[in-house]
Design a protein. Structure first.
Length: 157
């Protein structure tokens, strides 16, 4: 059974879904699924950590994740997990880091299909020349998340 919880955040309602005690999705609330709404230990932990993140108190997530995608997508998503809070990488850099230097566009598509937004920080991936391009939640939300991290990153120094 897949359970979900809906939380209110500064970027709108987000749903968190878990299956077998692992987070499988974090996204804008969607009626596209028929997941059962339920409070579970894992969903409550994810809610707590996400709200701490939005308050600027959490820089790293410590959640059990289950990434479900193609081997290439999972490789990209695991690489995204290595991008430190407050930093960005380009699609090309991610492609080089996974030893597919000509796959920047494919990295972009993997980012687009990232089911665990924010925690798997696809918002930290930008185009060349620091250009904001593509984000499944919307470029306004991507900018918000980057600004949030930039502000709180500076406060940590």
């Amino acid at each position: 059974m897949i359970y979900k919880k809906i939380i209110e955040t500064p970027i709108g309602k987000i749903y968190i879904a878990e299956e077998n005690n692992k987070i499988i999705e974090i996204n804008l609330d969607s009626k596209k699924n028929n997941y059962e709404i339920k409070n579970t230990k894992v969903l409550n932990l994810a809610e707590k950590q996400l709200l701490e993140y939005f308050e600027g108190k959490r820089k790293k997530f410590n959640l059990p994740l289950k990434l479900k995608g193609t081997p290439f997508q999972e490789k990209v998503w695991n690489e995204l997990l290595k991008i430190p809070y407050g930093e960005t990488r380009t699609y090309g850099e991610i492609a080089k880091n996974i030893e597919k230097p000509k796959a920047a566009r494919a990295v972009g598509m993997a980012n687009h299909n990232n089911p665990i937004s924010i925690v798997v920080p696809c918002h930290r991936v930008i185009g060349v020349n620091n250009k904001l391009v593509g984000y499944g939640l919307g470029l306004d939300k991507k900018q918000y998340l980057l600004d949030l991290e930039k502000k709180n990153f500076k406060e940590c120094l």
